[in-house]
Every structure is written in C-alpha cells, then in structure tokens.
Design a protein around this ligand. Sequence first.
Ligand SMILES: NC(=O)c1ccc[n+]([C@@H]2O[C@H](COP(=O)([O-])OP(=O)(O)OC[C@H]3O[C@@H](n4cnc5c(N)ncnc54)[C@H](OP(=O)(O)O)[C@@H]3O)[C@@H](O)[C@H]2O)c1
Length: 285
Amino acid sequence: MEKQVVLITGANSGFGQLMALEFAKSEYIVIASMRDRNKGKQLIDTATKLGVISNIKITSLDITSAQSVENLTLMLQDIGQVDLLINNAGYAGGGFSEEIPIDEYQLQMETNFLGAIRVTQSVLPFMREKGSGMIINMSSISGKIGFPGLSPYVSSKFALEGWSESLRLELAPFSIPVILVEPGSFQTNIWTTGKKVTVKSTLSSSPYFSYMKQLDTYLQRNRIKDGDPMEVAKKVVAIAQTKHPRLRYVIGKGTRSTILLKNMLPWKWWEKIVLFILKSKYIKK
Ligand SMILES: NC(=O)c1ccc[n+]([C@@H]2O[C@H](COP(=O)([O-])OP(=O)(O)OC[C@H]3O[C@@H](n4cnc5c(N)ncnc54)[C@H](OP(=O)(O)O)[C@@H]3O)[C@@H](O)[C@H]2O)c1
C-alpha cells in the first residue's frame, strides 16, 4: 500500500514537531514545514535517533506569504499527493484591545486564520483530484471562550472555527472531512516565545498595567498545570486514522467541562463567575 502524505505547518516546535515525529513513526511521509529551516535541527536529530528520518521532508513555508505558499504548491506538484493537511502554525497575540495597534490584529489574523486558508487552498486541488483527504485545523479552547488580554488570539481562533464549519459542509460531497482540534493549555513555546503581547499594556503608564501583570502572574502560576503536548500529538494521529471523524475534538484536563459550562450557563452567570475569579485572583491592588 502506498504511504500517506501529511503536510504539517509550524513543524519546528511544540505540537507541530511532536506530530511530525508521531506521524513519521506511523509510517506516513511527513512534509514538515517551517518558516525558518534552521529551526529544524531538533526535529532532524530526534527523527534520526528514532530511525524515522527517511519519512520526514523538511520544507520552508511561511503561511503569511503568498509567494512561500506558491512555492509549496510547486513542490506538491512534484510529490503529486497530499492526504492530510494539519494547519498547526500560529502564535498567541495579547494585550488589551484599546491599546493593540490594528496591524498587530492584522498579523494575528494573517497567521492563525488567513494562513490556514492560504495553505488549504494550495492543498485542496490535490485532495479533490484523488477523491480523498482530510484537513485538521488546530483551534483552541480560545476558539470557544473569550479571555481578557488575549483578544487577537481569541478572535483568530473564533474565525478559524466559523470558517472550518463552512468548509466542512463545502467538502462533505468530496469526502474530505474538516476537523477542529480544541486543546486547553499545554506546555509548548506558545506561552513564552510564541506569545506576542503588545508593548503598551506592559508599560507602567498603561491603565491596564496592573490587570495585565496580575493576569500574567496568575497564568504563569498555573503553567505547571499545563498538559503534556504529546497527548495532543497522539490524539491527532488517532483522529487521522478514524474513518468518520467528528467536527470537533476537545483535548486537555478540564477543557471539555469549561466549554460545556460556558455553553450551558446564561452569559450573565458566566460573566459573574469569570469576573469573580478575576477580581479575587488578578486585580488585587
Ligand atoms: N500550547 C497550547 O496550549 C495550545 C492550546 C491550544 C491551541 N494551540 C495551538 O496549537 C498550534 C501550535 O502551537 P504550539 O502550542 O505548538 O506553539 P509553538 O511551539 O509556539 O509552535 C507554533 C509554531 O507555529 C509557527 N509559526 C508561527 N507563525 C508562523 C508563520 N507565519 N509561518 C509558519 N509557521 C509559523 C512557529 O514557528 P517559529 O518557531 O518560527 O515562530 C512554531 O513552529 C497553534 O495554532 C496554537 O494556537 C496551542
């Protein structure tokens, strides 16, 4: 049987890197794309140690660049096949809405939302021609629940959710399922180097300075509760091998119950709970 080909964006770290290794171990051909190939060393070294390097092809891809995606399309024409696309690349833009420059919102949407669309448009013709395929979009609990200080990220993931629902219905006649993976908080770089907080909210002159600082302190303190990203990588491989996958997969301790609670409660009650937690834990002067 011919090997399945999976294209992963942002494969140099976090979920992307772990998924690349897990798929390679499962005998897929992995196109491990990253915007800076020099960051691929850890993936190459680990894949070599595991004896799966021959299943991995490192490729340059900046999902915000139309030219870079065009180059990807040319490369895919040579390979002639993509069975699975994982739109994983992204970062977490933060700050308080009043202070976030529009271009920071634009870059966030260009990456987490439009970047996924750009790559999907490049890959879809190959899937339709073959009459099969699968698209997995890496969403988040932030695609279901708004958080203060994180509105660029939350907006980009809400947009990804809406687009994925539409796309799922558009591609159903072609037997190409679209899946949303919704992790809670996991230990990757996204909360350190992958987090881009607007400068203004971090200055003491900002009216949001103490809110921001205490929010950050609370989040840092809770980081130890973050899940092991391997759980997500293994789950995505399992989803890829499911015959009739669902639209949504929630992953992580407490994530399902939090989303359920938010959906069940009237907004008024939800807001009271959130603000109670914020007041007591973050906004102590
Ligand atoms: N970790 C969590 O708690 C969590 C929870 C829910 C959802 N997620 C989602 O999971 C996905 C992966 O994040 P992660 O947690 O694994 O964080 P990560 O370790 O920071 O990985 C993010 C990856 O995206 C890449 N990337 C960013 N902008 C890019 C661009 N323009 N073109 C190509 N690649 C780009 C990064 O590359 P560079 O190294 O070059 O920046 C990096 O490889 C993201 O979509 C994130 O929103 C994460």
